[in-house]
Design a protein around this ligand. Sequence first.
Ligand SMILES: Cc1cc2nc3c(=O)[nH]c(=O)nc-3n(C[C@H](O)[C@H](O)[C@H](O)COP(=O)(O)O)c2cc1C
Length: 346
Amino acid sequence: MSEKIRISSYSFDKYLILRIFTLCFLRKFIMSEPDPHQFRNALGQFATGVTIVTTLDNDAKPVGVTASSFNSVSLDPPLVLWSLAKTAHSMPAYQNSGGFNVHVLASHQSDLSNQFARPSDDKFKDIDWVPCENGFPLLPEYAALFRCKTHFQYEGGDHIIFVGEVIEYQTHNFPVLVFHGGKYAEAKQKSAPATPARPGVDLNSGQFSDDFLLYLLSRAHFQTSYPTRKACREIGMSEAEYFCLSLLAMSGSLSEDDIVIRLEHTGHHPDAEIFARLLRKSWINRDGKNVHISESGRETFIKLLAHSKALEEQLLKHFTDEELAEASKFMKRLIDITGSDIPELW
Ligand SMILES: Cc1cc2nc3c(=O)[nH]c(=O)nc-3n(C[C@H](O)[C@H](O)[C@H](O)COP(=O)(O)O)c2cc1C
């Protein structure tokens, strides 16, 4: 039989009292007034994306803040939310503008995230933004964009929660920026369970699938070198001439025979006619037995190189740092393995 304890005129179950004390004790440690630092750390365990939310203030000046509190609310009607600290300088702008643009950041945009997370009079400095039809700033790049009409504003402790009705959205195929444990991170998909290997090449029918690695490599090469090859054609430069200039830009002066040997692996065999053309166009100069790139040859080559560089800059945005490091390691190994008999290029 359970013991009863008398307090004043009430009678309690001894174990009930014990249970209440235990609950109060646990509540103190688990639920009540969290230590701000520990609470922040616990919240930081929830990995989020990073957004920049923009709008206009009362003077029609663009404002923007970095916010990781963005989330989806409803599909029908399409609603999203985010919350802003009441202390934010830009608070009146969001409360009065009637709308905002949420830009979900791509993984190459952590500097931009920092720029909008620091209070400043001109967060949009050096940014090529354009106004959307309501005048709210649109940033030039993002992984996703949600243009919103402010639907509700709620009190949320020291924050105001803004719920927006999405009136337009867009996506770009960039890897997204992630925020976790107070640090920027990149999302890495868990690898799918291994699927049985498919044959890449059928030597009976001459067919190959897109698992054929060498097909992928050459297709990637042709697609990524296309802008430069097109630019060469437009200025009347053959690919063989381009390869000669590229080699000479890196190596200084070389004999014609040396050039032929070093370009063997490209499939190009520059003959006397190619060298004569390069000389006629003043892209190279003869120096005894050797040739070297001229000033105008280097200028022309640099302009062509800029096409590759510009394409690379755009491409890199589509990959995480980890993917790029892996790809670079893979390519270098492939070049090592297949290039043992190719002379050093420079
Ligand atoms: C990754 C990251 C996420 C952030 N998320 C939020 C957020 O969701 N809400 C918020 O009020 N502040 C957030 N901040 C802080 C604000 O961006 C920062 O305080 C900003 O300067 C406030 O705007 P203000 O310049 O108008 O004062 C975040 C900062 C970073 C770096």
